[in-house]
Design a protein around this ligand. Structure first.
Ligand SMILES: [Zn+2]
Ligand SMILES: [Zn+2]
Length: 152
């Protein structure tokens, strides 16, 4: 998938709705559409500052909402009390392991989970259209750096 593609799709989305294609919006889109991870709006704002942009938090939030509305960015809720965002990619439904110590998020995909949910629902005469699975815990790095772990 060409990187230029998604940026162009967002510009087309804005133009279709007669929304101004501003350099601020494009900078936010550029960052989020190519983000490797799962960023919060605050993460996005902090990274923009690092790159030398001065963009208000309200603009960051509004632009993220536009990116979500465009379908190019997916909104995630890992039960942390704030939303995170990741670029929509050509990948199957995936699950997230969220570290409650450092906030790291890792992804995995396993067809068996979908199958269990589908079969369990169907056994009760229910057709599952969507599901959500939250997995919180401690990541490998945090486990290996915790003091009681080192003494083991
Ligand atoms: Zn961690
Ligand atoms: Zn993800």
């Amino acid at each position: 998938m060409a990187d230029a593609d998604v940026g162009e799709r967002f510009r087309a989305f804005l133009r279709d709705r007669n929304l101004p294609v501003t350099s601020q919006r494009l900078a936010i889109a550029e960052l989020l559409l190519h983000a490797p991870g799962h960023l919060s709006a605050d993460d996005v704002a902090a990274q923009l500052v690092e790159k030398g942009h001065t963009i208000g938090l309200a603009t960051v939030y509004r632009t993220i909402d536009l990116l979500v509305a465009s379908g190019l960015v997916l909104e995630r809720d890992f039960g942390e009390g704030f939303r995170r965002f990741e670029p929509a990619r050509d990948m199957p439904h995936h699950y997230h392991l969220t570290c409650t110590v450092c906030g790291a998020v890792s992804e995995f995909h396993d067809d068996r989970i979908e199958e269990i949910i589908r079969a369990s629902a169907l056994a009760r005469g229910f057709v599952a259209a969507r599901h959500r699975l939250l997995i919180g815990g401690t990541c490998r790095d945090c486990r290996s750096s915790s003091p009681d772990r080192r003494t083991l």
